[in-house]
Write a protein that binds this ligand. Structure first.
Ligand code: HEC
Length: 243
């Protein structure tokens, strides 16, 4: 293998490693989340939604509060005051107080840890999931992406209540779309932003060093390009005498 093919392989490996896998999603149904992982303000807002609306049931046990402070350019005091419950230390991970046995008894299922949910489900899935809760005919909460979930629609006061509009296909009733029948505290645009901020936070949670990695990645790619040119010039120089 000559130097150039080694360079090409290295470049391909580098490009491939910037793409993250997305599992378990039906691309046809999913909306584009529009997440910008560089938007630190969105991550901060998302962290607040997460702590207030999700952390009662879901842990994020790979994340420590002091790491959050460092990555989001926040004082440790501000993080403790705004993003943590009273008895938490700055070095703790984002755990929940509820015991798995209790949550299973109350909800029918133990809520999964959400540390790496953005990597297993993908941002578009999470975005669509949080917008797809609806009230079904029995008056309970249901979801287009996760039918009959054990999770309630925790944002219903913000989003309002959606109900399904049905249509018939080959004698089978299917949900055509969801309609907002009772508005919530936020407008549909505001709610969309809330969900986008939260998914931006979950995306950060899935890989806290992504920003650093991508920034370093640009320099690595530039180095490879420059190095290839130098290696090529050297090869020309060496082989000049041989021919
Ligand atoms: C009352 C407890 C509770 C709260 C609060 C809650 N969840 Fe859940 N969540 C659950 C349970 C239980 C499940 C398991 C649902 C199932 O599989 O039927 C779940 C499942 C999920 C899943 C699907 C995981 C998967 O891959 O199947 C995601 C994503 C999720 N929750 C995100 C959130 C987010 C984001 C919030 C905050 C906005 C939140 N949850 C708040 C209880 C909760």
């Amino acid at each position: 293998m000559n130097k150039q093919s080694v360079m090409v392989i290295l470049c391909l490996v580098a490009i491939n490693s910037t793409m993250s896998p997305v599992l378990g999603s039906d691309p046809g149904m999913l909306e584009n989340s529009g997440v910008n992982f560089r938007d630190k303000a969105a991550i901060q807002r998302g962290a607040k939604w997460f702590v207030n609306y999700c952390l009662s049931c879901h842990s994020a046990s790979y994340m420590r509060y002091n790491r959050l402070a460092e990555d989001l350019d926040l004082d440790q005091d501000i993080v403790l005051r705004n993003l943590a419950f009273a008895d938490v230390n700055i070095g703790d991970t984002m755990e929940i107080a509820m015991r798995p046995k209790d949550s299973e008894a109350w909800l029918g299922k133990t809520p999964p840890d959400l540390s790496v949910i953005s990597r297993s489900r993908g941002n578009d899935w999470l975005f669509t999931y949080l917008k797809s809760f609806y009230r079904d005919e029995n008056g309970g909460w249901n979801n287009l992406l996760l039918p009959n979930p054990s999770m309630p629609h925790v944002f219903w006061q913000l989003q309002g209540i959606q109900e399904p509009v049905w249509s018939s296909h080959d004698e089978e009733r299917v949900i055509e779309h969801l309609e907002l029948t009772s508005p919530g505290l936020q407008s549909p645009q505001e709610y969309e932003q809330t969900v986008r901020d939260l998914v931006t936070f979950l995306d950060y949670l899935g890989e806290p060093s992504k920003l650093k990695r991508k920034n370093i990645g640009i320099w690595v790619m530039l180095f490879l390009v420059v190095f290839t040119l130098v290696a090529y010039a050297l090869k020309v120089e060496y082989w000049r005498d041989v021919h």
